[in-house]
Design a protein around this ligand. Structure first.
Ligand SMILES: Nc1ncnc2c1ncn2[C@@H]1O[C@H](COP(=O)(O)OP(=O)(O)OP(=O)(O)O)[C@@H](O)[C@H]1O
Ligand SMILES: [Mg+2]
Length: 327
């Protein structure tokens, strides 16, 4: 659906896209992730034929953005990061305007608009003024607008930005619904966890370069090893799991308990986190790990309050991924 090959875009001396290469298959929800200024919006604008690259190629449904801009504009629904404000239009008038702009035949306009209003849950707001809508409704109206000409491919630039948790969930279900309707989606965000539940694949971009493309599962695996690879400098690459053990009252000093755990070959490292808690990195999965760590501790006379997987700080891990610390 989308193919980007060595795409480069400069603004003066600034290299916004640096030989970016990326592919998105049909029926995907592709999450495009990266910090501010990474090049997400620039990439989407090139794909929407609103910006010309300096070199490289971009294709949508096999059509080249340099040569087939007119057909691409019909195939693509592009929602920019900032929606224009139309303060003197109702929701219905706003959509009528875009239907006319996209040359939707007059006879079909009413039914198409009613369908997208229904889909985006805005039917009740049909006669409301656009500027009276809440932020979440305005974002949904933005999606409604890009659906008017029934595009195959949607390029949505941060559709969930500024939304509260409920509105985010609603936006997510809407995007999943659109995928079910057979559309391919490219959705940008800063936040890995926001995309995790709906994307079929993701790409992480920073300073115009692609750092990662692939499944969420593999990204999480990298993020996990990035999160674990803190402080002790031990090599990542070996799958490891971190668990947190909190003890009630140890019969032996916590350092002694830590010391005896360290002699087990299944344990990569043990850190005394507080007088009553240990951080344990295992060479195996959590599920197996919990049982044997519990056995070792009980055998050593410790009383366990809790054993749980360590929380992964996605933000920290994401920072590591996007500063080139992990490849
Ligand atoms: N029209 C422009 N003129 C000059 N520089 C630009 C222009 N558009 C983008 N840039 C620069 O290109 C780089 C990439 O910007 P872009 O908007 O693509 O990033 P982004 O990943 O979408 O960031 P954000 O998360 O903040 O939306 C930035 O350094 C930005 O300042
Ligand atoms: Mg942007």
């Amino acid at each position: 659906m989308i193919a980007i090959q060595n795409l480069t875009k400069r603004f003066g001396s600034l290299v916004a896209l640096d030989s970016l290469t990326l592919e998105i298959g049909p029926g995907e929800i592709f999450g495009f992730i990266g910090p501010n200024g990474a090049g997400k919006s620039t990439t989407m604008k090139v794909l929407a034929c609103l910006l010309k690259q300096d070199s490289g190629e971009a294709f949508v449904c096999g059509k080249n953005t340099r040569k087939d801009a007119d057909s691409i504009r019909r195939l693509v629904g592009y929602m920019p990061d900032f929606l224009g404000v139309y303060d003197d239009l109702t929701v219905d008038e706003y959509l009528q305007f875009f239907a006319a702009a996209f040359s939707v035949p007059r006879s079909r306009r009413r039914s198409v608009i009613d369908q997208v209003l229904e889909l985006t849950d805005l039917t009740e707001k049909k006669h409301a003024m656009v500027d009276s809508l809440s932020r979440g409704m305005q974002q949904r109206l933005g999606v409604a607008r890009v659906l008017i000409h029934e595009p195959q491919v949607l390029l949505l630039d941060e559709p969930a930005s500024g939304l509260d948790p409920r509105a985010r969930i609603e936006m997510r279900s809407l995007l999943i619904e659109l995928r079910k309707m057979g559309k391919s989606l490219m959705v940008s965000s800063h936040i890995l966890s926001e995309l995790a539940e709906m994307c079929t694949s993701i790409g992480i971009v920073e300073r115009g370069k692609l750092l990662y493309a692939g499944s969420i599962k593999d990204a999480y695996a990298r993020v996990r090893s990035a999160a674990l690879d803190v402080g002790d400098g031990s090599a990542s690459g070996v799958p490891r799991e971190r668990i947190v053990v909190v003890l009630h009252r140890a019969s032996a000093p916590i350092e002694t308990i830590a010391g005896s755990l360290r002699t087990d070959s299944r344990i990569a490292s043990v850190t005394v986190d507080s007088p009553a808690s240990l951080l344990i990195d295992l060479h195996l999965s959590e599920a197996d790990g919990h049982a044997f760590v519990a056995e070792l501790l009980i055998a050593g006379g410790a009383r366990i309050h809790s054993i749980a997987p360590a929380e992964i700080n996605l933000e920290d891990a994401f920072l590591k991924l996007t500063t080139g610390a992990i490849h």
